[in-house]
Design a binder for this molecule. Sequence first.
Ligand SMILES: *Cc1c(COP(=O)(O)O)cnc(C)c1O
Length: 350
Amino acid sequence: MRYPGVIESYKEYLPVTDKTPIISLNEGNTPLIELRTIPRKLGIDLKIYIKHEGLNPTASFKDRGMTVAISKAVEEGSKAVMCASTGNTSASAAAYAARAGLKAIVIIPKNAIALGKLVQALIHNAMVFALKGNFDDALEIVQKITSEYPVTLVNSINPYRLEGQKTAAFEICDSLGSAPDYHCIPVGNAGNITSYWMGYTQYYEKKKINKKPRMMGFQAKGAAPIVHDRVIKDPQTVATAIKIGNPARWKDAVKALKESGGYINIVSDEEILNTYTLLAREEGIFVEPASATSLAGLIKYYPEGIFEKGKTVVCTCTGHGLKDPDMAIKSSKTPIVVKKIDEILKIIDF
Ligand SMILES: *Cc1c(COP(=O)(O)O)cnc(C)c1O
């Protein structure tokens, strides 16, 4: 059977009707991959699954929310959409707007988004503004413009984004046959942690699952406003997708953490990058740096007894590693330049 995308798959849980024109790139249905090597090597007694959201059409989870936000924008007669972005929202907005025949306008912080993401917004023909400022500045401008002019905001302040993103929680429950005990997730603007909690709660209320997971959020050390409970004026981290100092869904994230008996803490850039290379080398899973934050948090805090042994954990990996080729090159060995077979054989040394 042909997989139809998240709206068709979970229609009864989404704010769509028969009249909603469905704009989809068949997003969702991403793999849930069990880790084989890392838990054994690090002595972690947990069943750990990676929800690989980098395998969505534009290579991040943003597509789940964008299909709903863009479909509703078209239904409401909008002609243009706009977002601020650390990269992936603009890539997704540009692609779905292209699919729908809408104009996309995006504002990104200048020199602060990964190359692959910039390329996506450009090739899908969005109008791209590089702002001399950070993500939080960009979002402020977008909120101002979209509140005064006829253009639809598609950041995760848009409630349809969260509605679409919650389908990842549904997929996890459907494939495990229950909810996991813990759900680890990177936290930037905090839309995704909010979405997952909505999804788990909704499935619980519909009696599709009989327990809900504890939500375990992780922020980069230099961009951890929720952990420190204060706005970070000049957030810093190599994980550009979560380089946010004043999350739009701050309150909702705190609510999700509280209601789920959850946990939130920091991981350093070094810990994020170590996990990023570990996933690639030991498991064959290539994600972008921000995405490794969820597993990095698990690895860091497991020894403190935060996780009960023997339980099941899902770690969301939010975006694909190819998004950020510069970081991958910086984190790897360089190719060995050779001219002759002898040189190759000498170096391989069978
Ligand atoms: C958007 C994004 C995040 C952060 O998600 P929020 O909903 O803003 O918390 C994390 N990782 C990647 C790759 C992203 O694109």
